[in-house]
Design a protein around this ligand. Structure first.
Ligand code: G
Ligand code: G
Ligand code: MN
Ligand code: NA
Length: 250
């Protein structure tokens, strides 16, 4: 309850920030995309993780205005990076199912892109299976509309929930993000590598780009590279930061 009332005025009080975590293209070694990660700094308090406040924001409906602010902020930041010498850079933004289900969502995305002067290909939307399984006909329409626009859609946290594969695969995703639970076992378990190798065949037959999340060790990075993942993200390659590139990493 305290969380919900604190959230209510948080946008107006300017308490949110978007942090950015790089995704490294495994072929070139370059950062081609960053994931936008929301952070809340309530006045006088510690930073609150979205894992804690997103559910309350969804229940209260505040997620609509917060989510729109994240989209606008991330797109505007990307436009700045592109001008500052990273012309091909892209941005990945997490989207709540509550946001995604709204009939005006595609328009909200279009407005954010237009305001920032970005083409739709600059934006990737990350959805979890939680969001796409509720109402399949409506969701499929939404996918088609976003596709027509040219936005990419990633299935986030793959391998962490109880994915209903038969239904998920009816949706035209562009990207599969492998949850870090799959990555942590790569170091020690040979069967994990065989499983990942099968996933690579599966993803490639569906024309899905594979992103490995939660890379923390050089061995994990080497493993996902060998297994044919396209991009990698994790603390080893860069933490979420308010300012990218980090001044001290230059
Ligand atoms: O960055 P962190 O580990 O604290 O994120 C925790 C969870 O919050 C992750 O599941 C992430 O996808 C989600 N998350 C981060 N930023 C956003 C956002 O802007 N919108 C939504 N809906 N979820 C987000
Ligand atoms: O659910 P989603 O994938 O959107 O959320 C990503 C979350 O994982 C973010 O909150 C981010 O802070 C966190 N994260 C990113 N890289 C790593 C990592 O290498 N290890 C761990 N433990 N968490 C990570
Ligand atoms: Mn994500
Ligand atoms: Na994830």
């Amino acid at each position: 309850l305290q969380l919900a009332s604190g959230l209510r005025g948080a946008l107006g009080r300017d308490e949110f920030q978007v942090h950015y975590q790089p995704q490294v293209d495994l072929e070139s070694g370059e950062v081609r995309c960053l994931e936008a990660l929301l952070r809340w700094f309530p006045a006088g308090g510690e930073v609150v993780s979205p894992a804690q406040f997103i559910p309350a924001a969804e229940a209260s409906g505040l997620i609509i205005s917060i989510g729109q602010w994240v989209l606008d902020t991330a797109c505007a930041q990307l436009a700045v990076w592109r001008k500052d010498g990273f012309p091909g850079l892209r941005i990945a933004v997490n989207v709540s199912p509550v946001q995604f289900a709204r009939p005006d969502f595609v328009e909200v995305v279009q407005v954010a892109l237009d305001r920032a002067g970005l083409e739709a290909g600059a934006l990737e939307l990350e959805l979890t299976e939680r969001g796409v399984l509720a109402d399949l006909p409506g969701v499929l329409e939404q996918f088609r509309a976003l596709r027509r626009l040219g936005v990419q859609i990633a299935l986030d946290d793959f391998g962490a929930g109880e994915a209903h594969l038969g239904r998920l695969l009816h949706l035209p995703f562009d990207v599969l993000k492998l949850d870090r639970n799959l990555i942590v076992t790569l170091d020690e378990q040979p069967e994990a590598q065989r499983f990942m190798s099968a996933l690579q065949v599966f993803a490639s037959s569906l024309d899905l780009e594979l992103v490995a999340e939660g890379i923390e060790t050089p061995a994990q990075l080497e493993a996902v590279r060998t297994l044919g993942c396209h991009r990698a993200q994790g603390y080893l390659l860069g933490r979420p930061v308010a300012v990218w590139p980090s001044p001290d990493e230059e």
